[in-house]
Design a protein around this ligand. Structure first.
Ligand SMILES: Cc1cc2nc3c(=O)[nH]c(=O)nc-3n(C[C@H](O)[C@H](O)[C@H](O)COP(=O)(O)OP(=O)(O)OC[C@H]3O[C@@H](n4cnc5c(N)ncnc54)[C@H](O)[C@@H]3O)c2cc1C
Ligand SMILES: Cc1ncc(C[n+]2csc(CCOP(=O)(O)OP(=O)(O)O)c2C)c(N)n1
Ligand SMILES: [Mg+2]
Length: 563
């Protein structure tokens, strides 16, 4: 037994959860937490905005597979976290958020910096708590980490009133089994369901696996590879599934969906069986639901019951952990030769994936060039973190990824401003790995204050800002579907080179393709973080593209080759 206060108990508990780094910002309602931090072996990274801290903790979780932790004060500190919490929620990442709260006797009185953060974050957390008695704190923190990392992972928030932080009790760690009778993160798998899946797969002539983020979250990468190789089923990836099978694996078709490759979408539309593994049929993936894969029987395996038969009605739905399921299926499915089907898909592919690059031999700098060249020069183990918009889609298309957990992107919420702070979190998690942040001029300006976090923490990452002078993805929609009415999308920027220098970092500007390599090598060889601003063609579009409401294979294709 030790005499400890709530703040100390918080630290005692989180080090027992394996936490070694946190992203936190202080304020009146969490000073006791910061007061005791130095007593514990935990590194604090101080963001410049709580949203940045939330994305850092999220990027940390995405890169490391561990639970990220972010700390903020009450009121504005807590509300600044909201976008970051929702970002982690939509992409199923385990982050535990600690917010300071006004003392329990003041709750409900509109006290200084009081916000009902439990109410605000109810729909964007997997679970949240308001601690009203310090004696509950150990149990709550243990539950929070368990809930965040088990089953379908997600963010959990703990709101800690100031009086709970300072109240002292005789404390010892209680490591008795966690009791959450209503919470069933995984369910047993029935033999009958496995038999049915095996039968459907064995009978299929033209099947496609739709591999999603759940493959990575379940650490089922090698199970997927073994399974697909045995039955010779080609694999289409969601944006967040990128990396679950190496880019160069012969069965990997590439990304599906709105900006997926045309041959991938066509294969899905023509398949006789879809095996959806740990993906949630987002509307960016399916195109018009009425015309989605009309001739295919559909199997959906997902750990979340709520995702099954939600967007796409399927023939067989199984609630289960993917790794476990694939290991059960592997010995039961027949080895098959599906070379005719695979050859057919490769035949529709031809050279269309490279068309952008071949097509753009002008003096201008094109995003496809920039990303392709960075991808070739980057360390094969590098982690690439994107922002949101055209830059994100170009990176998904042209930054070739062989390793899992090496492509980090805000998919579900599509949060502009995510890139830089998430890249900082990834670097804190993986200090020995080369980290690239690829952002647009718009998104980068949303969280660029975090450049100073890089400086203060002495972290080295490489940043590529694709400056097209527009909120490019929205401008593309305006060009194609709103009569080129560029309302609200032209965007000025500060001198990004000077911005980097003002933060004590290095800045480089590139305007021609011949200069890309030199700049990238200079960035890689620099000891400090480097920002490269690429002045790219202003009105390049991301192709292919499925217009909203269109069938998945009715894509606007990349422009034909010009002489
Ligand atoms: C501008 C923009 C354009 C986009 N365009 C595209 C596009 O063209 N193509 C595309 O694919 N996406 C696109 N997206 C991303 C899209 O919005 C979704 O985020 C993405 O499709 C989701 O992929 P997912 O279903 O694999 O991952 P998630 O949304 O993370 O879902 C993962 C699923 O796995 C399940 N799961 C988790 N753990 C396990 C486990 N252990 N076992 C089994 N299941 C598990 C979860 O329950 C969940 O259902 C775009 C996003 C933006 C911002
Ligand atoms: C926080 C936020 N606000 C608005 C949007 C809508 N949005 C999606 S992409 C985009 C344009 C992004 O512009 P930029 O960062 O310059 O990237 P580009 O598309 O030009 O590569 C916008 C405004 C968003 N996704 N997130
Ligand atoms: Mg832009």
């Amino acid at each position: 037994m030790k005499k400890l206060n709530g703040a100390q108990i918080m630290w005692e508990c989180i080090i027992r959860e394996g936490v070694t780094e946190i992203f936190g910002y202080p304020g009146g309602a969490n000073i006791p937490i910061f007061h005791h931090l130095s007593e514990y072996p935990i590194r604090l990274v101080l963001p410049r905005h709580e949203q940045g801290g939330a994305h850092m903790a999220d990027g940390y979780a995405r890169a490391s597979g561990k639970v990220g932790v972010a700390v903020a004060t009450s009121g504005p500190g807590a509300t600044n976290l909201v976008t970051g919490i929702a970002t982690a929620m939509l992409d199923s990442y385990p982050v535990v958020f600690f917010t300071g709260q006004v003392s329990t006797n003041l709750i409900g009185y509109d006290a200084f910096q009081e916000v009902d953060v439990v109410g605000v974050t109810m729909p964007i957390t997997k679970h949240n708590y308001l601690v009203t008695d310090v004696k509950d704190l150990t149990r709550i923190i243990r539950e929070a980490f368990h809930i965040a990392r088990s089953g379908r992972p997600g963010p959990v928030l703990i709101d800690l009133p100031k009086d709970v932080q300072v109240e002292t009790i005789n404390w010892e760690y209680d490591d008795s089994p966690i009791q959450l009778p209503g919470y069933k993160p995984t369910l047993p798998i029935k033999d009958q369901e496995i038999d049915q899946i095996v039968d459907m797969i064995n009978k299929a002539k033209n099947p496609v696996i739709l591999a999603g983020h759940g493959v990575l979250l379940s650490h089922a990468m090698s199970d997927l590879k073994d399974f697909a190789e045995k039955c010779q089923i080609p694999i289409a990836l969601t944006l967040l599934g990128i990396g679950c099978i190496p880019a160069t694996h012969p069965l990997n078709l590439g990304m599906m969906g709105m900006h997926g490759e045309a041959w991938v979408n066509q294969a899905i539309q023509e398949a006789d069986l879809l095996v959806a593994l740990g993906m949630r049929f987002d509307d960016r993936v399916t195109g018009n639901l009425k015309t989605f894969a009309p001739g295919a029987k559909k199997i959906h395996i997902d750990i979340a019951q709520s995702e099954l038969n939600k967007n796409v009605k399927v023939d067989l739905a199984l609630v289960a952990d993917l790794g476990k399921t694939l290991r059960l299926l592997q010995p039961l499915v027949e080895s098959a030769d599906r070379s005719e089907w695979i050859d057919y898909i490769h035949n529709i592919r031809k050279d269309t994936g490279k068309r952008d690059i071949k097509n753009h031999q002008s003096e201008k700098l094109h995003a496809a060039h920039v990303i392709t060249d960075i991808s070739k020069l980057a360390d094969p183990d590098a982690i690439v973190v994107t922002d949101v918009g055209q830059n994100q889609m170009w990176t998904a298309q042209y930054f070739s990824r062989e390793k899992p957990f090496s492509f980090i992107s805000s998919g579900g919420l599509g949060t502009m401003g995510f890139g830089l702070p998430a890249a900082i979190g990834a670097k804190v998690a993986c200090p020995d790995v080369e980290v690239w942040c690829i952002a647009g001029d718009g998104g980068f300006q949303m969280t660029q204050a975090e450049l100073q976090t890089l400086k203060q923490e002495n972290l080295k990452i490489n940043i590529a800002v694709l400056n097209n002078g527009y909120l490019g993805m929205v401008r593309q929609w305006q060009e194609l579907f709103f009569a080129k009415n560029y309302s609200g999308t032209p965007l000025t920027s500060p001198d990004f080179v000077k911005i980097a220098e003002a933060h004590g970092l290095k800045g480089i500007r590139v305007t021609k393709r011949v200069d890309i390599e030199k700049a990238v090598l200079e960035a890689q060889n620099s000891e400090e973080s480097v920002l490269i601003e690429f002045l790219i063609d202003k009105e390049d579009n991301v192709y292919p593209m499925v217009p909203t409401g269109a069938a998945l294979d009715k894509m606007i294709r990349r422009p034909e080759m010009v002489p």
